[in-house]
Design a protein around this ligand. Structure first.
Ligand code: FE2
Length: 375
């Protein structure tokens, strides 16, 4: 496989829209109670806050889960109609909001709207016991994916109408540290438009791109562009299908999700061997990797700190670039439809996305896709 040389860009000193990092990711799901339980028990999250009838919210129920710097919110509808129910009816369980922490939510919102973004929530100030929070939101380029701007000032609660969970059930963290990147799948011909939107509206810069010649099997291929902020704390690879003889795996996602959306979230760890052992013993299933992948590995990767037999047993993938190497692994879909999954990644100097593994990942997903009769 040929990987096109990274198109490195010179970032401005600071984004003019000043995004800091991902504050939280909110999922709309059929049963928030069970989704929260699943992520606590299997991935080691801690449930920290709750919103619902008891906190004055009449139409939905939400749980906030936390592990180190990762925050997931799971929200379910309490009514048969309304935006949450409509999302779940159409897409199944999935990501609705990638919320971004900012210094100035009003300016971010006004700048984004002036640059053509669609408003979802005007900047609103909510006072807490001590400080305050300002929330605003814009629509993404298309589909049901939005971005909140969150500005916090000494605000100890998670968000208005959320109450802390008393007597937090014991959760054993698995060693996940933060969100490394979030991948968005979009329709054929739309990748450039989404990339342009994130560049124009949120000042994200294109750092890498892959063409259909880079990543392909005899059945299908994909194209990808990576958009990120100046610190790399917000990084969105955007994939579009490049159909060849059969249905691209990106197209399978689009068909079952009914439109563009988040394909996977990569969670970073400093000890992938320990995390994957723990997740496997908690019942999480990962994509399989063929034995042949490990035969060439020493030649391809060179010297590494880990024992190669351990990596082979756990099916962990490796990739090296100019600055170091990285280890990664992908779960099978975590929802009923073949859509959303999680990646676990550990970086040892490498700043890429595991480009050398795109092909291996692609082939592994395709085997699963064939089992589902969608190839
Ligand atoms: Fe990834």
């Amino acid at each position: 496989m040929q990987i096109r040389e990274n198109k490195l860009v010179n970032f401005q000193e600071e984004n003019s829209i000043k995004l800091k990092k991902i504050d939280y990711v909110e999922f709309y799901v059929g049963n928030a109670q069970q989704a929260a339980y699943f992520y606590c028990k299997s991935f080691g999250f801690k449930a920290i806050a709750y919103a619902g009838l008891e906190t004055g919210v009449r139409d939905r129920k939400s749980f906030v889960l936390e592990q180190s710097d990762i925050r997931f919110v799971f929200t379910s509808p309490l009514t048969p109609d309304g935006p949450v129910a409509e999302y779940v009816r159409l897409h199944g369980d999935g990501v609705y909001n990638i919320a971004l922490l900012v210094d100035d939510a009003r300016t971010c919102f006004q700048t984004a709207i002036a640059r053509g973004a669609k408003p979802i929530q005007e900047p609103t100030v909510f006072k807490g016991e001590n400080g305050y929070i300002i929330k605003a939101a814009i629509a993404g380029y298309s589909g049901d994916l939005i971005h909140s701007f969150i500005e916090r000032h000494n605000y100890s609660e998670f968000a208005p109408q959320y109450h802390p969970i008393e007597n937090i059930p014991i959760a054993i963290p698995t060693g996940l540290v933060d969100i490394d990147h979030i991948v968005i799948n979009v329709e054929l011909g739309k990748m450039d438009l989404w990339a342009e939107f994130y560049h124009q509206v949120l000042d994200l810069q294109e750092s890498q791109q892959f063409t259909s010649d880079d990543i392909s099997t005899k059945y299908s291929s994909l194209m990808s562009k990576v958009l990120q902020n100046n610190t790399g704390q917000i990084r969105f690879p955007i994939n579009e299908p490049a159909p060849k003889y059969h249905k691209s795996q990106i197209q399978e996602y689009l068909d079952f999700h009914h439109g563009p959306g988040v394909q996977h979230i990569a969670l970073r760890t400093n000890d992938i061997v320990q995390v994957v052992r723990q997740l496997r013993s908690n019942g999480i299933e990962f994509l399989d990797t063929p034995e042949t992948y490990y035969q060439n590995l020493p030649n391809r990767i060179g010297e590494i700190d880990e024992d190669i037999n351990t990596l082979r047993d756990l099916k962990i993938l490796l990739d090296r670039d100019e600055t170091g190497y990285l280890l990664q692994i992908f779960t099978k879909p975590l929802v009923a439809r073949p859509t959303f999954f999680i990646e676990i990644i550990q970086r040892k100097g490498a700043e890429g996305l595991g480009n050398g593994n795109f092909q291996a990942l692609f082939e592994a997903i395709e085997r699963e896709q064939a089992n589902r009769g969608n190839l």
